[in-house]
Ligand binder design. Structure first.
Ligand code: C2E
Ligand code: MG
Ligand code: MG
Ligand code: MG
Length: 286
């Protein structure tokens, strides 16, 4: 119907509006070529076990580099990728790249990948993951998928089925940004999650504000009651790190522990960490 109105319908829009639409089209076109033009980059942010205090994995975070050296951040193009369906080929690239990169890390390290709610219920996610694990050879238990809570809200029955298939493969499933959405506590029980990542907004006044402290402590207690591995994201200072360890949060991630970095830098960080560990074990001076 609106097509029949042809070009004339643009008169109903303000000049800024049509400019935005043109920009959107242009971005969509550019994004559709991002994979074939090799413009996607994966950054890795280290994750630490708060029990041992040692690094034990990394979260893969996507960037787009259409014209180096500038990087486009995921919040600026993931929504467009979701609306246009480009998220599927992009996510396939992310999963393959992440699994391949993780193979050159120590065996005990795992890699976590963000899965968009849009791709979760569209297509055959479990089938795609199975293929990627097979092609890359990464053991399933070294792959963790981060899923935001709205996935389970929109189509709960379908989400449960997909999650069960993913569990059969052996991958870990984690709720991302826990506490930022509208999900109720019941879904932690209803869905086969292995872990929970507290939204980084909970770190805002933590640990100094008594209220913030109680809430974080409460989420940790809640997660433990459901036998979930609890991760704190957005750890930005030493006090937060120390207090989270004191209240037995399992895992931590944040600028204080390490910023997202290119794969080569993450490899270099790993090598230094391994060397330091070896030195500590043999008691030789660093
Ligand atoms: P997320 O999964 O919750 O990722 C954490 C975000 O917080 C990252 O932003 C990370 O750089 C940032 N962050 C980490 N530590 C700190 C800290 O201490 N302080 C602060 N202020 N921020 C911190 P980034 O890389 O811009 O990613 C934003 C979001 O984009 C991610 O949120 C995730 O939802 C999405 N995303 C990233 N990569 C992918 C991907 O490959 N696929 C999909 N579907 N989504 C992705
Ligand atoms: Mg995440
Ligand atoms: Mg998060
Ligand atoms: Mg997020």
């Amino acid at each position: 119907q609106s097509k029949n109105l042809g070009r004339n319908r643009w008169v109903f829009y303000s000049p800024e509006m049509s400019e935005q639409l043109v920009q959107r089209r242009e971005m969509e076109r550019a994004l559709s070529q991002a994979v074939t033009r090799d413009e996607l980059r994966l950054f890795y942010q280290p994750r630490y076990s708060l029990h041992s205090g040692k690094m034990d994995g990394a979260e893969a975070l996507l960037r787009w580099q259409p014209s180096p050296p500038a990087l486009v951040m995921p919040d600026s193009f993931i929504p467009l990728a979701e609306e246009t369906g480009l998220i599927i080929p992009i996510s396939d690239w992310v999963l393959q790249r992440a699994c391949r990169d993780a193979l050159s890390w120590p065996d005990r390290f795992y890699v976590s990948v963000n899965i968009s709610p849009v791709e979760f219920c569209r297509g055959d996610l479990a089938g795609r993951i199975a293929t990627i694990l097979q092609v890359t050879g990464l053991p399933a238990e070294r792959l963790e998928l981060e899923i935001t809570e709205n996935v389970t809200l929109e189509r709960p029955e379908k989400a449960l089925l997909i999650m069960q298939r993913l569990k059969v493969l052996g991958v870990r499933l984690t709720v991302d940004d826990f506490g930022s959405g509208y999900a109720s506590l019941g879904y932690l029980k209803a869905f086969p999650f292995d872990g929970l990542k507290m939204d980084r907004s909970y770190m805002k006044d933590f640990p100094h504000s008594q209220q913030a402290h109680s809430i974080v402590n409460g989420i940790i207690g809640l997660g433990k009651a459901f036998s979930l591995v609890i991760t704190a994201e957005g750890i930005e200072n030493a006090e937060q790190f120390a207090e989270l360890r004191a209240i037995a949060c399992d895992e931590g991630q944040g600028y204080y522990l390490g910023r997202p970095m290119p794969a080569v830098d993450f490899m270099r960080l790993l090598e230094t960490a391994e060397q330091n560990e070896a030195i500590n074990e043999t008691g030789q001076p660093g």
